[in-house]
Write a protein that binds this ligand. Structure first.
Ligand code: OAD
Length: 227
């Protein structure tokens, strides 16, 4: 399973590139790059604090829950998500690799230590580590390398055979999303896209299930009758 912002859209979390998406109103280079943070940590953290507040108020939707139910019913489900929210976890999914990091972790800019921080709203912007240094969101920004732990999990998952890879609610902008989907397909997985619109990955998919994730996933995933 590969998920993107579209899977959380029906929980009220904005996507990035749709109408109303973050990158329709803001420039990524002002909010999601190391340079932006170095220039203006207050603006960057204000945006992340607002996003943390939005996610804290949101609930998992029927799409997140359908994935968790399939796993609870005994299906092998591994979720590679580009989302930095925790709605898959809160729905009950267990096997999740956060490719782009988490809104709920910060990293000290002095020693690199990563810690959980669930305070909403943050009491101080920009927040600081106990050592006095600034902390940054533990999120992969444009121009940065992906984090090693999720990459290791994904590599292990790709070594397994999968019957189906669902690609749900992502524009598949990044080359690595194509690479992982195609690697699973080469090993025999059926590639299925769940998205109201076509994307750059559509031509590579075996099947397209057009529609919102919260409607399509409960209709197609196994294990839903246990709800
Ligand atoms: P995008 O905003 O680029 O794409 C969202 C996708 O979800 C689009 O293809 C929509 O058609 C689809 N969509 C919208 N509503 C949906 C719904 N209800 N059900 C199913 N699909 C729906 O978001 P991502 O592809 O996730 O990275 O973006 C990838 C990355 O780009 C993000 O993780 C973020 C961004 O820059 C960073 O910030 C590092």
């Amino acid at each position: 399973m590969i998920t993107g912002a579209g899977v959380s859209a029906e929980s009220g979390i904005p996507t990035f590139r749709d109408k109303g998406g973050w990158w329709k109103h803001y420039r990524p280079e002002d909010l999601a790059t190391p340079d932006a943070f170095a220039r203006d940590p207050h603006t960057v953290w204000s945006w992340y604090d607002a996003r943390r507040q939005g996610v804290a108020r949101a609930e998992p939707n029927a799409g997140h829950r359908a994935l968790a139910r399939a796993e609870a019913a005994g299906c092998r489900v591994a979720i590679v998500t580009q989302n930095v929210d925790d709605l898959h976890e809160r729905a009950g999914s267990r096997e999740i690799a956060h490719v782009h990091g988490s809104l709920w972790q910060t990293q000290c800019t002095a020693d690199g230590r990563v810690v959980d921080d669930r305070r909403v709203p943050l009491p101080e912007i920009p927040p600081r580590c106990a050592c006095g240094a600034l902390v940054r969101p533990h999120i992969v920004w444009f121009g940065e390398r992906l984090h090693e732990p999720p990459l290791a999990r994904i590599a292990a998952w790709l070594a397994e055979p999968w019957d189906v890879v669902l690609v749900v609610g992502t524009e598949a902008t990044f080359g690595y999303i194509h690479e992982w989907a195609l690697a699973a397909k080469r090993r025999g997985a059926c590639l299925v896209e769940v998205n109201p619109r076509e994307t750059s990955l559509t031509p590579a998919c075996d099947t397209r299930l057009p529609g919102p994730a919260a409607e399509v996933l409960p209709a197609v995933l196994p294990g839903q009758s246990t709800a």
